[in-house]
Write a protein that binds this ligand. Structure first.
Ligand code: AMP
Length: 421
């Protein structure tokens, strides 16, 4: 098969890496990719939101399967466009991707399906949102309904902070049209866990649970980021609770979207808040998480291409997922200053020695090649992943690799995985 992976981050390197290991993968392309994907696949210089360019490339290269990494092309309708051109695509159509692209849509779906989730209200008028907050009191969570690169949810411990969040989203338009609707939600407490699942529109197959680390600094301090690391499997939910997540959340969501006429084919990502053995849905994403993909995919023993193919063909019921009896830890190494201002173009040292360690894969995110050198090219630069017999061993191994890698100002958390000990 000829496969095109869309995106340029650590998630897409992990996808291309897992796909390239399949005996059925004849050629793998990544658009636009990074220095890491260039080593295992062929990069095509097409931006992930260039729908015309991606459709034309898929047709010209006779691509058998397109696998979409990021949410933006899905929300823009890349899958719809590819399907119309007769190209098979793993990832939901735009109507189903609204589960991430519109929190107002997603919350209404959760309510209509009776999923366990926070009470909420949606406002088009910031004044009405202010009045509601004034009457309701804090704590609350104020969110831009649309896509805001993970920055659109503001946890407000005071009413003043909630008013400020409403002004930022609704009046200053900090997230542009994503703030056309403002969602105000009940504040949930507990520990967060990510449950990702494959779906073919009818059948759903959950993956191992993963725990992301969103804050920039150790002990969950500092600003929120795209994700500074992840480990899997996380121990937050036991087998019975995981079965309950499938039965009470994942399957009803897939069934509900199919009933609405937009069957969901792709990865359904449920962010859950777990407290005292009970769970609530915080959010849905319409694709693999990054870095979650980098921790989860190395433990998947089933051929990933077989799974993706079965999803697109509507025969996921024929496929069982098997997982290595190991634990993975992915430590994200970022540019100094991330998630605020940072420098790029700095040479990265130690890539070969880190990758030579047993049970270690160094996934690239913001990297590019210049001559012989690999340079930094983004905020999150590398996802250093180790798979070992247990969590302490995986943490030790991942940080052994991290210490071999360096560039000027490189930053990372020292406690990825510690939540799971
Ligand atoms: P979201 O953009 O909805 O994924 O939210 C981003 C992050 O904000 C989540 O991962 C949580 O840490 C936090 N968050 C969102 N909604 C809530 C809520 N209702 N209660 C507590 N924390 C929340």
């Amino acid at each position: 098969m000829r496969v095109l992976v869309v995106g340029s981050g650590g998630r897409e390197h992990a996808l291309a890496w897992a796909i390239a290991r399949s005996p059925r993968a004849d050629e793998v392309f990544v658009a636009p990719g990074n220095a890491g994907t260039a080593q295992i696949a062929t990069n095509a210089p097409i931006a992930a939101d260039d729908l015309d360019g991606l459709v034309a490339f898929a047709l010209a290269q006779a691509i058998d399967l397109v696998v979409v990494g990021p949410e933006i092309p899905l929300a823009l309708g890349l899958t719809d466009r590819l399907q119309a051109a007769g190209v098979r695509c793993f990832g939901p159509v735009a109507a189903a991707a609204r589960i991430e692209a519109s929190k107002a849509f997603s919350k209404a779906l959760m309510r209509d399906l009776g999923l366990p989730s926070a009470a909420y209200r949606v406002f088009a008028d910031p004044d009405e949102a202010d009045a509601y907050v004034q009457a309701h009191g804090a704590p609350l969570v104020v969110k831009a309904s649309g896509l805001a690169a993970g920055k659109g949810a503001i946890v407000c411990q005071t009413v003043d902070k909630a008013h400020a969040a409403i002004a930022l989203i609704g009046r200053e338009r900090a997230f542009g049209a994503a703030g056309d609707e403002i969602v105000v939600e009940e504040f949930l407490t507990g520990a967060e866990v990510s449950i990702l699942a494959f779906s073919d529109g009818a059948t759903v197959r959950p993956m191992i649970q993963a725990q992301d680390h969103k804050a920039a600094f150790d002990d969950d301090r500092g600003p929120n980021t795209g994700g500074m690391g992840c480990y899997a499997p996380a121990p937050l939910l036991d087998a019975a609770q995981l079965a309950e997540v499938t039965q009470r959340v994942l399957q009803p969501t897939i069934d509900g979207l199919r009933a609405q006429g937009s069957p969901y084919v792709g990865v359904l990502y449920a962010g859950l808040m777990v407290s005292e053995g009970d769970f609530q849905v915080i959010e849905f994403n319409c694709r693999f998480g990054d870095p979650e993909a980098q921790a989860i995919l190395p433990l998947l023993e089933t051929d990933l291409l077989d799974v993706l193919d079965a999803c697109v063909d509507g025969r996921l019921h024929e496929v069982e997922l098997t997982w290595a009896d190991r634990t993975s830890v992915c430590v994200v190494m970022a540019s100094g200053g991330y998630p605020d201002k940072y420098h790029t173009g700095l040479p990265i040292h130690g890539l070969e020695s880190a990758a030579a360690l047993p049970d270690v894969v160094v996934f690239h995110a913001g990297t590019r090649i210049e001559g012989e050198a690999v340079l930094t090219a983004g905020g999150r630069v590398l996802g250093v992943t180790a798979c070992e017999r247990d969590l302490p061993a995986a943490m030790r191994r991942a940080y052994e690799a991290v210490r071999l890698l360096s560039w000027e100002g490189a930053a990372y958390r020292h406690d990825i995985g510690a939540k799971g000990l």
